[in-house]
Design a protein around this ligand. Sequence first.
Ligand code: IPM
Ligand code: MG
Length: 370
Amino acid sequence: MASNKNLLILPGDGIGPEVMREVRRVIDWMDRRRAVTFDISEGLVGGCAIDAHGTPLTDETMADAMAADAVLLGAVGGPKWDDLPFEQKPERGLLRLRKEMDLFANLRPAICFDALVDASTLKPEIISGLDILIIRELTGGVYFGEPRGIETLPDGQRRGFNTQTYTTSEIRRVAVLAFELARKRGNKVCSVEKANVMESGVLWRDEVTKLHGESFPDVALSHMYADNCSMQLVRDPKQFDVIVTDNLFGDMLSDTAAMLTGSLGMLPSASLGAVDATGSRKALYEPVHGSAPDIAGRELANPIATLLSFAMNLRYSFDLAEDADLIQQAVENVLAGGLRTADIMQPGKAKVSTGVMGESLLRELDKLAA
Ligand code: IPM
Ligand code: MG
């Protein structure tokens, strides 16, 4: 009997709890029919944690996350907390999890499901069959660089400043993962920075090139400036296999990549730390979309990005690739059957609520597993 997997669920704010509720049903479904069971605990992160405890992430929840085999997160933030001082905002809870768990690699796959080829704003031939992986550095760069702040100048003006920094090891560890994962896919890595204007970009390009020569000469490596990459992503996204880039460029490019798949409501992500002595790594799984406060509580949200994040959890942390495949197949079948949440709605399809989408996914899983 396999030992139980310890999973910490943090639904968060906005549509987070709604989409997580549907994913919980799938987790319970897996629990019922599999040898492996999950030890699940829930916690607060973001605005709901501010309301309950006055901080976007308590030390207790942080400790729970450090002890868990994996963390599954919904979304954080909302207008209610917009006016809080910067250090107390809901987003700080998420950033603290990423930083303290040292989750340096954020995997954001953009896969276009056949049924959704027409849901994208791009022409079908540009995106059909799309399968790319954006690997975003997640614990460095301008998100965390010091000094940072807003100061008042002698002439009374204010000056806001942030620092972009990258060290050799920060660049190398995320690039290693990019090369390793490329070997299991199309064997191509495109490294993205702005070496034409930023020293951190020059170093990034240098280090990736060196690492490639030392350890991964069999992988095809190219380099691209980030502005060009954003253009190429909408011009001809299928030219890419794996893209590796820094924290800020990765944030932006992955939103673009999401639209290639039809909707931000479809894109999952995995944030991984280094492999430790026991062979496991810290990991957090979350949809790429945010808390979408404008549609929260109205049963309009798409639970698929969070469900696919759980599938990544099964694959990368729990070594349950078959179960992950099963979930992916269920998503594909439900979409092929014509059901759509509002974000991916198309003419002639059936518009369903968050709950009905979840219910349909469960029924599909039943069928697949029968
Ligand atoms: C993301 C989000 C976050 C980020 C926000 C919520 C802090 O946009 O995960 O892409 O900027 O990293
Ligand atoms: Mg983002």
